[in-house]
Design a protein around this ligand. Structure first.
Ligand code: ADP
Ligand code: MG
Length: 256
């Protein structure tokens, strides 16, 4: 069974895109068929996959609006090893168009992915840094959410709004939506605040707190400017290794 995973947190800069791209590449390297959906108008997952977001023939926007079929916009990213449904700044228009629709507006992405998801073992959706209609579409289309966060003082504060949104989606359009994991990114275990926040996360989330942490690593930050996942750009870096371990943890946990 295909698992559709929304990589989400309405806070920007917590490592959503980095986690989505490197996890996608790591799962692909372990022979999983992976589709990445770039649902953020910033198009960072698109660029980080080596695709020029300014030169797209079609994007996830066309798919959401029902103007193109998924197969018409999905690109192969041979270097990264996965398929990409690209996105760019045009997505800001989707927010408005979707809000104007009468019904089914939460389900647009779910319906579109329904056409192609069987072709993949895993679909990862890189969400925008907000709880808008695009994110609602992602949560409606997904089996579970992966929440990256940095272990800092304000990390937990924003989380309650996200968890409330997840609950609302469960109560309405997607009762089986799960929390697949809380992922600690840019992690520094020498920092005492990191340890305090980790303890709070463990107390609150229990098993949903993933064991794997992603260390802060300069190679991870450099990789997108080469249009590559870190697992290809700097294979033996700590950041690369951590993402491979993360992929294995999720494969076990979710039976991917
Ligand atoms: P988001 O998608 O949540 O906005 P990003 O994945 O774009 O966050 O990450 C924000 C910034 O932090 C980017 O510049 C990225 O390169 C950097 N970054 C993310 N993870 C790491 C890491 N493990 N080590 C070093 N830099 C990182
Ligand atoms: Mg991002």
């Amino acid at each position: 069974m295909t698992k559709i995973i929304a990589v989400t947190n309405q806070k920007g800069g917590v490592g959503k895109t980095t986690s989505a791209v490197n996890l996608a590449a790591s799962l692909a390297a372990l022979d999983r068929r992976v589709l990445m959906v770039d649902l953020d108008p910033q198009g960072h997952a698109t660029m980080g996959s080596g695709v020029d977001k300014h030169n797209l023939d079609g994007s996830v926007l066309d798919v959401i609006l029902g103007e193109k079929r998924p197969v018409e916009v999905i690109l192969d990213c041979p270097e990264a090893g996965y398929a990409l449904m690209p996105g760019n700044g045009d997505l800001t228009a989707a927010e408005v168009e979707l809000l104007e629709r009468e019904d089914g507006r939460e389900r647009s992405l779910a319906q579109a992915l329904g056409e192609v998801s069987n072709e993949y073992d895993v679909v990862l959706i890189d969400c925008p840094p907000s709880l808008n209609m695009l994110t609602v579409n992602a949560l409606t289309a997904s089996n579970g959410v992966l929440i990256p966060l940095q272990c800092e003082f304000y990390a937990l504060e924003g989380l309650s709004a996200l968890l409330d949104t997840v609950e609302q989606i469960k109560d309405s359009v997607n009762p089986s939506l799960e929390i697949y994991g809380i992922l600690r990114t840019m992690f520094d275990s020498r920092n005492s605040l990191t340890r305090d926040v980790s303890k709070q996360l463990r107390d609150y989330f229990g098993d949903a707190l993933l064991k794997t942490t992603i260390p802060r690593n300069v190679r991870v930050a450099e990789a997108p400017s080469h249009g590559l996942p870190v697992t290809k750009y700097a294979r033996f870096s700590r950041g690369s290794q951590a993402h491979r371990v993360l992929a294995k943890e999720l494969i076990r946990r979710l039976s991917l």
